[in-house]
Design a protein around this ligand. Sequence first.
Ligand code: ZN
Length: 321
Amino acid sequence: MSYVGPDFDPPQPRRSRRRPLTVAVAALVPGALLGWLVYETVGGSGGGSEDAVGTPTSSSSTPASPTRSSTPSTSSTSAPDDEKPSTAPTTSAPAASGPLKGKVVVIDPGHNPNNFQHTADINRKVNIGTGWKECDTTGTSTNSGYAEAKFTLDVAHRLRTQLEKQGATVKLTQDGDRTYGPCIDERASIGNKADADAVVSIHADGAGAGQRGFHVILPGKVKAGSADTGPIVAASAELGERIAGNFVRVTGSAPSNYVGDGTGLVTRKDLGGLNLSTVPKVFIECGNMRDTKDAAQLTSSAWRQKAAQGISEGIVSFLRG
Ligand code: ZN
């Protein structure tokens, strides 16, 4: 993830809302109920993970492809794991039809494969309403060197394909086509200016070995400076719950065993990308790159396809109401 700075605040307990949320997700996504409840019983709790702001070890090996990658589908489980980032335009053509026709979804692939080469630029502080944070961070990587920034772009491309099939207009905040960033305040403003119906920021975590599972991060209520999340808190929570429920169902992954008390949901007030959003937005940490079992999933193209499908179905569920 690497958006956790020195001012990291432990995620807030959500016990008071845990049961209603679980019930809501179960009602919305019956297929997720069994897995959800099973994971509820085994989910642990703990503090937040430490950020891994180290330099990815394999970031320079794969220059961007000159063409957009072939569109992965739900049955495309044999795509190579070293699929290269796309350089296609970041905004899709208006969809002709589909249940999401007229809907705008912004996908924010966390970090940037080139960030590690621009340390001074990404360390510049930007205002997030409640304070100041680094413009952007390098992101983490697996122990074998698969960079989070590469993972986020790959999942973003797969997610874009899924959403476009549903008729949505999709925009990426970056597509491996920038020298660094964008900064977290710009990532938020891209969704705002697009008047997006939903925004999801894709990440994978850099926690300790043995800490496993995904979690969705929801914006807390913040009103300070240019941050005012009051109008988006409820809708973002619904978006996040739908994504979490569908992610469980499609990937079979368990909610995090180290944050969120087994719910897969965490609320935070320290993330600029959420604080500055004026449209429904969540982050998803798809797994922990520093755990070998999670890493085996994150480095699998077949699993990433499922991850994208789960996120997509959550967004579709949210937008169709
Ligand atoms: Zn990240």
